[in-house]
Each structure stands twice: as C-alpha cells, then as structure tokens.
Design a protein around this ligand. Structure first.
Ligand code: FAD
Length: 510
C-alpha cells in the first residue's frame, strides 16, 4: 500500500526488504522502473520528500545511466547544457555540454552521496504489470538476467522512468539492396566496441544530433566521413562554456549559487528563444543560418545543406560545441550530401540524383524505435491495457490507470527539468493519500471533460521528429485543455505543477 508505516523510518534498507518480502514476492511502497536520469532523480526525491517510504528501482541493464550507458558511439555527448540537464539539487561544475562518461560520473555521485545504491537492482527486466483493485496493488514480474528466473514484486505505486525508446535496438529503415553491401552496417545504438574505422570511408546516414556528434568525432581518423541527409536540420554553434559561470567562479562564488544562477539565466534565454521561434520564425531561422555561415564561410552551399524546410523548434535543435562539425567540414575530412538513397550497392549507395557514394562502413543514424511503456504487458483488473486508449493527465498519468506516473520530459528544454517537477508532484500525492487514507487514485475525465475533443499525444504542427510520428498511434491521447496534455511548456508547468489541487475531481480516490 502507499501508506508508509512509521516503523519503516527506522529500518535500514536491507531489513526493510526482508521484512516486507512474502515468500518469493517482495513488497515495496513504490517501485521505480529504470535507472536512467529519471529513475535516479525520482529515487532521490522520494528519499528526501517521503522518507520512510520503501522502494526499489528495477533496471534491465547492468548499471545506471539509461541513455548514457546504452549509447557508446564515439563522441557521445549531451546536446543540452548540464546545468539544466543535471538535477536542480546537485551543481554541475564542468563545461555545459558533457560526454556520456561525465554524465555517468555525475549520476554515480548522486547515487553514492544519497545512499541510493542498495535500492537499485540491475539485470531485472520487467515483463508484466498487473493492477488489482481488490488488493490496491500492482504485481510486477521481472526476469533476472543472471539466473533467468522470474521474480515477483508488489507495490502500491508504479513510477515509470523507462524513457521513450527501445534500448535494445535502434530504428533502421529498409533500403533496397542492403544485403548486397559488402561492408559493415552499424546503428549507433549498437556500436561495436572495437569497430575499426581508421583510414576507412565512412558514410553516416542522418542529420540529427547523433550524426552531428559522430561525424566530427571520427573525422580525424577516417579516410573520409560523409554525412548523408535527406533534409537538413537546424544547428546552433557556440563555445562550450558559459561566460557568467566562468566569471562567478573567478569570484570564488559557491558552486550551489553558480548552478542556480546559471540555470535561471539559461532558462530565461531558452524561454525567450522558444517563444520567438513561434512569433518570429523567419528572424530566428536567419539567426541560426547566420551562425552556420559564420563557421562555413560565404562560399559554402548553406541553402542546400543547412536550411531546413520546417520552422525552428519543430524538431530538436542540436548544439554544436565549438563548431566541431563545421570544423570537420572545413578541414575537408568530412562532407555533407543532401540527397535520397535509391538503393544500397556492393560498395556504397546509389542516390536518387544518380550519384554514388562509396563506403567501407555505413552508419545508420536514423533514430529510435518509440517504446511506450518499456515493452511491459499491462493489465488493470484482469483487462489488458492499451495506453493508446487512455487520455493523459498532464503527460504523466492516464485515465483508468490507478497509482501510476510516467516521467516524460521536455523536448525543447532539458528532460530532467520535468523529472524534478513530476517528483515533487508524486511525493505530494503520496503524502495526500497517506493522510487521507486513500489506497487508489485513478485519473478520470470530469463531467465537463467528457465531450472534450481528443487528439494525439503531441501535435505534429508543434513538434514532429520521425520516431514520434512513426509511433504516435501507440501513445495516449491528449485533450484540448492543458491538464489533459503534455504541453511541453516548462515555463508554464513550473508554476502550474506545484499548484495542482490534489482534490481535483480529475483524481478519483478510493
Ligand atoms: C544520444 C542521446 C542524447 C540525448 N541528449 C539529450 C540532451 O542533451 N538533453 C535532453 O534533454 N535529452 C537528451 N536526450 C533524450 C534522453 O533520452 C533523455 O533526456 C533522458 O536521458 C531520458 O532519461 P530517462 O531516464 O527518462 O530514460 P532512459 O535514459 O531511456 O532510461 C530508461 C531506463 O529504463 C530501463 N528500462 C526500460 N524498460 C525497462 C524494463 N521493462 N525493465 C527494466 N528496465 C527498463 C532502460 O534500460 C533504461 O536504463 C538524448 C537522447 C539520446 C538517445
């Protein structure tokens, strides 16, 4: 149950686990799925804001990190700054754009400094989650990777931090003739540890953040690397440093203060930038293109290779630290081709324009497979649950699905900003349920919501990356009121979330 016994407070984690285990089924007040940036952040907030709540984090991989441990391709790094991608509660002291290794180190410190390690069980793949209204419990089954055994847990509250894409395999389109190609085809999500690309011709298909990271990272070693894109993406280039942070450090200001000030500054500027991308898209577009031109010079064909057809911010805008992608292009070690693939050949690809590109290795930086709830089979009271049949409450809960929250972050701001907001809400909700003696809370459409027009999880006019559009039918529906949408608006939600009324009729308690 959600109600947390006062006796739990005094117990250490291990004895809490022993006391609550019933035969082969262990019980926890809260079960967190996934030990990525969301799961670790949620666990932190739970220990601070709901002390005494027993909980476990189940993670299928062998360590924490999620995205940052799955992706091992050369150069892997964040595309947003770590002051806001990092947690509100732990200062980020390095350069704003960080490598996966630096992010993992930071997360490791959060885990150790806050005693989270004993709560996390690695090598546990959750396969099913069944809610029973008779018991007011979720029953979770997970397969242990070490023994192959299925283990069972019960929990009063399920905190879904499993991200939004399938970690085991990325998305690779089917092209004609792929089998003919004599070289290697690699998806960046499954980068082989010892891939030898030295002095080889590498073709990277894609134009998103992954391609833009990978190309400069390998350009120095390859014979040549070509970025082949169907259509261009917006990029922002700049120094990988934040001036105000450097100044404050020179003045010997505490890192806590620097973190807070820099976060405020970045968020203020991002807010302005995002709003301008809607109110004056053409001006913003010209600014972004101007930045690229400044790096590549007046003779480079920016019109063809770096001028997207969509308005800025309809897809994520990747930051290019120190303009490294453009430096690679200027050096002649990297180049961009904007064209479409007709077919693969034995030695590369044939393009629709009739040109061919030779390659020893082809990297398909073509995106993710959307995965709605971690490939877990869900049942509510013995009925299979399809999340696409539900309506989302603020992009975190779902009509008819009791005691469950999903952390789905922001696209135009750092994902982690929402980890903190959702965690504050969940801890408030758990406390409310405890004090009112409620065991179950189900988001429910209110009488005046019943005729509300329903649409897709995200409006394609607003934001439309490929993986979202491919999987939009799998995602919950949204309504036409902000409380029934994931608005993707951090700047509104930072004020709205703390004032969500827990006795709102949209929450049915029993
Ligand atoms: C290369 C790359 C760079 C990115 N850079 C940024 C950035 O700079 N800024 C930004 O805001 N966003 C970025 N993103 C988006 C990024 O995915 C999120 O910001 C964030 O890392 C998601 O964290 P998460 O913990 O919610 O999910 P994930 O990182 O996806 O972690 C989820 C975890 O849950 C586990 N899991 C899933 N299903 C199960 C199951 N059934 N049983 C047990 N465990 C399960 C997974 O193994 C994984 O460890 C990037 C994404 C990629 C791929």
């Amino acid at each position: 149950m959600i109600a947390t016994g006062a006796d739990c407070v005094a117990m250490n984690v291990q004895s809490a686990i022993e006391k609550t285990s019933k035969g082969s089924t262990e019980h926890f007040d809260v079960l967190i799925v996934g030990a990525g940036i969301s799961g670790v952040g949620s666990a932190y907030h739970l220990t601070k804001q709901a002390p005494g709540t027993s909980f476990v984090v189940l993670e299928t991989q062998e360590s924490f990190g999620g995205t940052w441990i799955t992706h091992k391709y050369p150069g892997i790094r964040s595309d947003s700054d770590l002051h806001t991608f990092g947690y509100s509660f732990k200062p980020w002291t390095g350069p704003p754009i960080a490598t996966a290794e630096e992010i993992l180190h930071y997360m490791g410190e959060v885990i150790d400094e806050n005693g989270l390690r004993p709560h996390i069980r690695y090598g546990h793949t959750i396969t099913s989650a069944r809610w029973s209204s008779q018991e007011n419990l979720w029953t979770i089954e997970a397969v242990r990777k070490d023994t192959g055994e299925t283990v069972r847990f019960t929990t009063g509250f399920l905190w879904m931090c499993q991200g939004y894409y399938r970690h085991s395999e990325g998305y690779t389109p089917e092209w004609r003739g792929m089998k003919e190609f004599k070289g290697q085809i690699i998806h960046p999500q499954n980068w082989p540890e010892n891939l030898d690309y030295k002095n080889k011709k590498v073709l990277v298909i894609g134009s998103g953040a992954t391609a833009a990271t990978l190309v400069p990272a390998i350009a120095g070693d390859c014979a040549h690397v070509t970025m082949l894109q169907r259509s261009p993406t917006y990029f922002r280039a700049g120094r990988n440093a934040i001036e105000i942070a450097e100044t404050l450090r020179e003045l010997d200001i505490d890192e806590e203060w620097i973190h807070e000030i820099v976060r405020k500054k970045i968020l203020f500027e991002q807010d302005k930038f995002t709003r301008r991308s809607f109110t004056e898209p053409e001006v913003v577009k010209q600014e972004l293109l101007g930045g690229v031109r400044a790096h590549l010079g007046p003779d480079y064909d920016i019109e063809t290779h770096f001028t997207p057809k969509y308005r800025p911010w309809r897809q994520r805008i990747a930051f290019i630290p120190d303009g490294d992608l453009f430096k690679g292009i200027k050096s002649g070690k990297a180049s961009v081709v904007t064209d479409e693939i007709e077919s693969f050949t034995r030695s590369g690809v044939l393009l629709k324009s009739g040109k061919t590109l030779e390659a020893d290795i082809i990297v398909t930086a073509t995106g993710f497979n959307l995965c709605v709830m971690g490939d877990i089979e869900f049942m509510v009271d013995n009925k299979p649950l399809d999340f696409a049949d539900t309506v989302t409450y603020r992009g975190m809960m779902f009509t008819g699905v009791p005691n469950l929250v999903w952390v789905f972050g922001y696209f135009r701001a750092s994902w982690t900003l929402r980890v903190d907001l959702v965690a504050d809400f969940v801890c408030r909700l758990l406390d409310h349920m405890k004090t009112t003696g409620a065991h179950k809370m189900t988001p429910t459409l209110r009488p005046d919501d019943k005729d509300m027009q329903l649409g897709s999880w995200i409006d394609a006019e607003n934001f439309n990356p490929g993986y979202m559009m491919r999987g939009i039918h799998l995602l919950p529906k949204a309504g036409n009121k902000p409380e029934w949408q994931h608005t993707q608006d951090y700047w509104a939600e930072k004020d709205e979330f703390p004032s969500i009324k827990l006795d709102d009729p949209a929450f049915s308690y029993s």
